[in-house]
Design a protein around this ligand. Structure first.
Ligand SMILES: [Zn+2]
Length: 466
């Protein structure tokens, strides 16, 4: 770690200015594009690569970044903030990326147990003159984007109507009421997103912004009066790029955006049944485009739109976070096609980010994840059947299982086993380290194992924030 810090210090004195970096004789704005694949551990990446590109030599766009390392995800206990737990959620994990500080599950940039606001990199960047943006396939009020701007005791405090609703599974210290405006708090996440005047907000969650604040004003009207241009679609020649409104709020769905892919016949993983003492495996299936995604912008389109807006003023740098949110959400639902399609969508957005970085030296591109997910690549049915025969006892995976026919006609089996059939409502996160891919760190040596706090420091140093 010492070495890492020393190199960061060298980077600091090597010519970075407040919002710019020297390239040749010119000063270019310093930019950060942080991509977060929610639940995108190495297993999810391997699954997507196997499905999309086959087993031989293909690389995803994110895997073409020059540096790859691993990241430790750290989570504190709410009732014992001096102790750790080994499973994170998106709220505490994104909070650490955003603030450089650890916290407990469910918290949005507030401290475990004590509920102090933890300042975020987006807020610091804004105060130092950078433009800022958040792009997600989830509701903009969902945990990952929220953690870069809002400060609430719990991720569920998404809109004004949530603020007096009890959260049955959260402790008293994490109920939303303590953050409500009536009690002198900063208000719901949606209110805080608008109050923070983030320059570009693109994603889902219109239903939260359609709610009224405590003085009866609809948040959408409040956004308009704070200089937001509102859009609900992204077209090829839309007028929003010429708009004189300083800020952009794009809401493309009432809640999370529909996912890009589904399984053919809407199939997901299923529990393996036993018939006469032998496992019966469901037939393989492949993935199709989800018709419900028609008319919804892709993450790549939203990223391109955000980059166009944030680079309109060539003298200012920016901080942009782009989230592929539903890799996680679909893994919870044991929907392998859903999660592979969303990982592919994030990868296309990464390609857009890299293209931008190539034309804009001084852009740091980081791709990482917030925690592990449940799905694993498992042996194929033939293997289990052969073992069943030779051992004379049924051999099969204990949870939910699917066999996918990949684009290269290979078969890939995917299993989920963090919550048992038939009652297991959904899959759980897992505690594995997550990957990080980096570009634009200019020869900086990166240790083989980083922490999320290191990623925060890297971004802060790149933008030269106090
Ligand atoms: Zn999750």
């Amino acid at each position: 770690m010492l070495k890492f810090r020393r190199i960061l210090a060298t980077l600091l004195i090597s010519g970075l200015l407040a919002t710019g970096a020297v390239f040749g004789d010119t000063v270019k704005p310093a930019n950060v594009i942080l991509f977060i694949g929610d639940g995108m551990d190495e297993h999810q990446i391997t699954m997507a690569r196997n499905y999309l590109l086959g087993p031989e030599e293909g690389l995803l766009a994110m895997e073409q970044l020059p540096v790859r390392s691993s990241v430790r995800v750290q989570t504190l206990l709410e009732n014992r903030p001096d102790r750790f737990t080994f499973i994170a959620d998106s709220a505490n994990s994104a909070s650490t990326l955003a603030t450089g500080q650890l916290t407990s599950i469910g918290r949005i940039a507030t401290s475990a147990g004590t509920d102090f606001d933890q300042p975020t990199i987006l807020q610091a960047a804004r105060e130092s003159g950078f433009l800022t943006g958040l792009v997600t396939t989830a509701s903009l009020t969902d945990a990952t984007p929220a953690a870069f701007v809002a400060h609430t005791a719990h991720r569920n405090c998404q809109g004004p109507e949530d603020m007096n609703r009890a959260i049955s599974y959260a402790p008293p210290s994490q109920q939303c009421a303590i953050d409500s405006k009536q009690q002198g708090g900063p208000g719901s996440i949606a209110e805080q997103l608008i109050d923070a005047r983030v320059d570009v907000l693109l994603g889902g969650g219109k239903k939260y912004f359609a709610q009224k604040n405590h003085s009866g004003a609809q948040l959408l009207d409040q956004a308009r009066s704070q200089g937001y241009q509102l859009i609900d679609h992204i077209g090829q020649h839309d007028a929003s790029d010429q708009s004189t409104e300083p800020r952009l709020l794009g809401l493309f769905s009432p809640g999370h955006l529909p996912v890009e892919w589904i399984g053919s016949g809407n199939r997901k993983a299923e529990a393996v049944e036993l018939v006469s003492g032998k496992p019966v495996f469901a037939a393989p299936f492949d993935c199709l485009k989800n018709p419900r995604h028609n008319g919804i912008p892709t993450l790549a389109q939203m990223t391109r739109k955000a980059l166009a807006r944030l680079s309109r003023d060539p003298s200012r740098g920016f901080f942009l976070m782009v989230e592929g949110a539903s890799i996680d959400k679909q893994a919870h639902r044991r929907n392998p096609c859903g999660q592979i399609g969303e990982l592919s969508a994030l990868d296309s957005a990464v390609a857009v980010g890299r293209e931008f970085a190539k034309q804009h030296p001084g852009t740091l591109v980081i791709v990482t994840a917030d925690h592990g997910q449940a799905s694993q690549i498992l042996p194929l049915p033939d293997n289990y059947m052969a073992l069943t025969e030779s051992l004379q006892s049924p051999q099969y995976p204990p949870g939910y299982y699917a066999v996918l026919k990949t684009r290269h006609d290979d078969l890939m089996a995917v299993g989920y086993a963090t919550n048992a059939p038939p009652q297991g409502g959904w899959e759980q996160h897992t505690g594995v380290d997550v990957p990080v891919f980096l570009e634009g760190i200019d020869g900086l040596e990166v240790p083989a194992l980083m922490s999320q706090r290191d990623i925060f420091r890297l971004m802060r140093e790149h933008l030269q924030l106090p």
